[in-house]
Design a protein around this ligand. Structure first.
Ligand code: HEC
Length: 146
């Protein structure tokens, strides 16, 4: 019966969707992608790739500051080393991971403050430092292809 087929399709769609929602790894992904997008926009704006619009840059920095706090509660292994899909590197050095997460948030606050100056000369080093704190954590904790 076509009705049954439709219902089954709906159930599978729901199941797939529910699965996606329930994985912390999948929940982190859009946050990280948005962080990358905002940081690249700021970097491009103060390095001649995009036109410098002080208001857009300040808005991106505010967004980045909010995003910088969001991935870390989604790492269950910080609470429980036995958590599903735990990242072994984080399990081995949770304090270092927390320190790097805090460092990112410090850099994001500093960047947001400096964007209020509207001065690209001041924003350039701040976005550089923020990007270094991304790389520093990735070098230690992000697995290849992850
Ligand atoms: C405290 C550690 C840490 C910091 C700081 C950090 N990341 Fe990550 N990032 C990770 C880990 C670990 C992964 C691997 C995927 C995961 O764990 O969800 C990752 C993955 C990513 C991904 C891939 C996401 C995906 O699932 O495809 C992007 C993009 C990314 N990070 C961007 C950034 C940007 C941009 C910054 C800085 C503004 C940043 N990250 C700062 C730890 C960090």
């Amino acid at each position: 019966m076509p009705r049954t087929v439709l219902t089954m399709a709906a159930i599978f769609a729901l199941a797939a969707c529910g699965d996606e929602e329930s994985t912390p790894r999948k929940q982190r992904k859009p946050i990280f992608k948005d962080m990358l997008r905002q940081s690249e926009f700021i970097y491009g704006s103060v390095n001649g790739k995009d036109p410098f619009d002080p208001q857009k840059v300040a808005a991106a920095a505010t967004a980045l500051q909010q995003l910088a706090a969001q991935p870390w509660p989604l790492y269950a292994e910080l609470q429980n080393p036995q958590a599903d899909h735990a990242n072994a590197r984080i399990v081995q050095a949770p304090e270092e991971f927390r320190r790097k997460a805090a460092e990112l948030q410090r850099q994001a606050s500093a960047l947001a403050a400096v964007t209020r100056s509207g001065n690209p000369e001041l924003i350039r080093p701040a976005i550089g430092q923020l990007q270094q704190s991304c790389t520093s954590c990735h070098d230690q904790f992000r697995k290849r292809g992850n």
